[in-house]
Design a protein around this ligand. Structure first.
Ligand code: C6P
Length: 412
């Protein structure tokens, strides 16, 4: 399909009708929502699934013989199959429901406590969110393993030649995000995964920012663990998944103990349930899991290729206009980038610009974006971050640019 055809197929005005929140006003102005990297908005199709669940078949799962419990169990497990297909996992039981990316990373980090010893090495990247740094630091404290960091360059790209020199036979684990939340850099994860495997290390990819834009094929990537959150891809908060290769999930001990994750319990001995339930203690976010399946259906109905092509247009359009604003500096100019733009204007504090933009109905994120090492690299306290999804428009970008110019005038 040519780019022109793709563009015609992408009817953004029609798509926007699916998102009721886009009709609301904020501070008397039509909402322009450019904080999609923090959380995406929810289409009516997903809201309907949530309402249907609580209206018609709310029940606990895997526990009751009654009809409501069976309906809820079926819907929850059907959603798991949908998610498996979306990520192209080999087995349904390789999809573990979590409360989100942070939970998935902590589950794996905790599991490796019994597999690492003093002197082992784990490698993280300079581009990580705190969720993909702190759990590994805690793991190092527990085990005596050492944490090493793949450095980044001024454009916000990882320096892969430095990664090569960090890898050795002591490297046991590597963790990298697919896309940086603070800069939008798309990391070359195929290469990173292959390099990690060359020295026998396992690799976890944090897909929190990639899953809204890219459809990952975990088998083709040959990745060991991949994590994401539903709320960044048109689903609800409080649910996500950990994909893990079957062999690794079998090797890792359970994360939490409780109901649902056991085979048999006595005071003498407890045996654990098979995958995936071994990692799913307690009553899960049942409605969230079902709605996550609906969100994946929704995004696939638009098509990830269409989404990426359209969002790239928005990225180029906004970048071009921002570059013409005097004193404005964009952080993160990687060749491979998604629709996230982090910037500052002169010495104006990002928070001040964010506050004025909010008064004009425009939602952006300001601050360190839970990625303080990136801010330290650039020697700044934070940035203003505008992040676009497929339901945003060029007209919204025009309004944003005009409003930003007004804010700069007010603060200069
Ligand atoms: N980033 C942002 O505004 P949770 O909170 O568990 O759903 O996702 C954590 C997380 C992990 N990794 C990356 C790359 C992320 O971007 C995030 C969440 C949001 O950038 C909220 S801090």
């Amino acid at each position: 399909m040519s780019t022109a055809q793709k563009h015609i197929a992408f009817d953004v005005e029609n798509i926007r009708q699916d998102f009721p929140i886009l009709n609301r006003k904020v501070n008397g102005k039509p909402l322009i929502y450019f904080d999609n990297a923090a959380t995406s908005q929810t289409p009516q199709q997903v809201i309907d699934v949530i309402v249907d669940y609580y209206t018609n078949y709310n029940a606990n799962i895997h526990r009751g013989v009654h009809s409501l419990s069976q309906e809820a169990t079926d819907a929850y497990e059907q959603a798991r199959i949908k998610i498996q297909k979306h990520f192209n996992a080999k087995h349904t039981h390789e999809i573990i429901y979590t409360s989100g990316t942070t939970h998935g990373i902590n589950l794996v980090a905790n599991g490796f406590s019994s597999l690492l010893k003093k002197g082992d090495e784990i490698i993280v990247s300079a581009l990580e969110h705190h969720s993909n740094i702190v759990p590994w630091q805690m793991l190092c404290e527990r085990t005596g393993a050492n944490l090493k960091v793949i450095p980044m360059n001024e454009n916000g790209e990882l320096i892969l030649s430095e990664f090569d020199s960090l890898l050795n036979e002591n490297t046991k684990l590597v963790f990298v995000n697919h896309i940086s939340n603070a800069l939008g850099t798309i990391n070359p994860i195929e290469e990173i995964i292959a390099k990690a495997h060359n020295v026998g290390a396992a690799i976890l990819i944090d897909g929190a920012q990639s899953c809204p834009h890219i459809k990952p094929d975990v088998q083709a990537l040959d990745v060991d663990f991949y994590v994401c959150s539903a709320h960044k891809m048109c689903g609800p908060t409080g649910v996500g998944i950990l994909y893990g290769k079957e062999d690794w999930l079998k090797k890792l001990p359970p994360y939490q103990g409780g109901g649902e994750m056991i085979a048999e319990v006595s005071f003498e001995k407890t045996t654990y349930a098979d995958l995936p339930h071994k990692f799913e203690a307690g009553t899960p976010n049942i409605c969230g899991g079902i709605a996550f399946g609906a969100a994946i259906d929704y995004m696939n109905s638009i098509g990830f290729e269409n989404i990426a092509a359209y969002e790239n247009e928005l990225l180029d359009y906004a970048t071009e206009q921002l570059q013409h604003i005097e004193g404005l500096k964009i952080y993160g100019t990687a060749k491979e980038k998604t629709s996230v733009i982090s910037f500052n204007v002169g010495t104006i504090h990002p928070y001040d610009i964010g506050t004025i933009l909010d008064k004009m109905g425009i939602a952006v994120r300001t601050g360190h974006h839970c990625a303080q090492p990136i801010m330290d690299f650039y020697k700044i306290p934070g940035t203003i971050r505008a992040s676009f999804m497929f339901y945003n428009t060029k007209e919204e970008i025009d309004t944003f640019i005009a409003s930003l110019k007004k804010a700069i005038l007010m603060l200069s």
